[in-house]
Design a protein. Sequence first.
Length: 179
Amino acid sequence: PDRAIRALGYVDSRKRPELRWVGNFSSPEYERELQTLAAKCGVRFTVKVRVSDAELVSLLSRAAVLLYTSRLEPFGLAPLEANACGTPVVAIAEGGVRESIQHEQNGLLVDGDDPRKLARAIERLIDDTEFAQELRERSLRYVRANWHIEGATNRLEAALTEVKQGNSSTEARDVMRSA
């Protein structure tokens, strides 16, 4: 979240959205650190912990963007969850997020964690509402076409069959690692 706060601090203050950090848990000390950083950067920052599935869907559906600043995440479900709600993603182009986010199709990938680059990607979606709407529509189509439960199950079963038969390809091993 500190990377996200810094990035939003570089977004023009007249159009800077609020940052809502949703997590499974948080410590009061860490929240205070983040609130201090947010105040220093001029970012409105709210922590939401242990939200219901319905509230998460509501938050994601109303968000302008999911800012995903994890580095070297092995997969990361949050970008796909956002896409399933029609929300485009701005993410650091590392780790597993490169499997689920296709640059300019269902989100924007940024090389490195430079907060200024992340801010430019966020501003692009804020400023170009037509492009942002296209990403919203593509995001929904992308998840429905590529990440529905039947397709995921079929990919996993095919990979398991290859491994069992001793014919495991690099792709099958990758599926097994992400499963």
